[in-house]
Design a protein around this ligand. Structure first.
Ligand code: FES
Length: 272
């Protein structure tokens, strides 16, 4: 028999054996601030990136190419520059070429352990915050379709590596001037440099990466190189949330910078 004073039968906080507390929660701080700010930040990025991804314009200002549009895999942007472009999608591809490539970083971030927490809390209130019960009647976690698909995160991590490689190549190309002469630097080069460092730091701080690098080992002492790599990734992993936000901001800023220069708002200030 249930002891007196327990909550009625049901799921979540109504599970038998839990204290019967009438209040929805006992937190007195502004617990809603973090999920609200998270939702606002993510929504702002979704609105901005949707606009830019479908714009199909102002994504190239020599020597810079927007990270949203690289690599270009459609015929409709093949003249963009001498870069890692390939005509995999011919003239039948009529919409923005960004859509082809953005699937990969989008899938990587959408299935990321941190972003999952962020949008489960921010958009689905599942749960809204620590010690605040979720409003939904039942909770099945990620055990069923469609959320069980979150398990493919590791494969998006594999895809994120070549994408980061291409953005690295674009950053190298940014050391040219607008006539493609090497050995130059502009403000855009700095913007790209900051972005690529943050993109790599975020990618390597991935939880799947940490497991790939150091998981399934019985003895670290027998795998000194992997142990070192795992320690390095672990240090980055501790900052995964910060790197997720910083790289999200930097990739949007790098794109916005290209947009401003390409649309003629200002000229890229050149240092040398
Ligand atoms: Fe966040 Fe893999 S866990 S990118």
């Amino acid at each position: 028999t249930e002891p007196t004073g327990t909550a009625p039968r049901g799921g979540g906080v109504g599970t038998p054996g839990r204290a019967a507390i009438a209040a929805p929660h006992l937190r007195t701080d502004r617990w809603w601030l973090a999920p609200a700010a998270t939702a606002a930040g993510l929504l702002a990025f979704v609105v901005y990136s949707t606009w830019r991804a479908f714009a199909n314009a102002h994504y190239y200002a020599a020597p810079y190419v927007s990270p949203f549009y690289s690599p270009c895999l459609a015929e409709n942007c093949r003249d963009m520059r001498a870069g890692p472009n390939a005509d995999l999608f011919g003239s039948w591809w009529g919409i923005s070429p960004a859509i082809i490539i953005l699937i990969f970083p989008l899938g990587f971030r959408l299935t990321c352990y941190y972003y999952r927490k962020a949008y489960y809390r921010g958009f689905w209130a599942s749960p809204p915050a620590c010690a605040v019960a979720e409003p939904h009647g039942k909770y099945t976690g990620e055990t069923r379709f469609p959320l069980i698909l979150q398990n493919i995160h590791r494969y998006f991590f594999y895809a994120a590596i070549p994408v980061a490689g291409v953005l690295t190549y674009d950053t190298v190309l940014a050391f040219r001037d607008e006539h493609y002469a090497w050995g130059h630097m502009g403000l855009g080069t700095l913007v790209f440099l900051v972005n690529i460092v943050l993109i790599w730091a975020y990618t390597l701080s991935c939880h799947s990466c940490r497991h790939i690098v150091g998981g399934k080992l019985k003895h670290f002492s027998k795998h000194p190189v992997r142990y070192r790599a795992w320690q390095f990734v672990g240090r980055l992993n501790a900052r995964h949330m910060q790197l997720a936000w910083a790289s999200l901001l930097s990739v949007a800023l790098a794109d916005f910078y290209v947009y401003l220069v390409a649309s003629g708002v200002f000229d890229d200030p050149r240092f040398f």
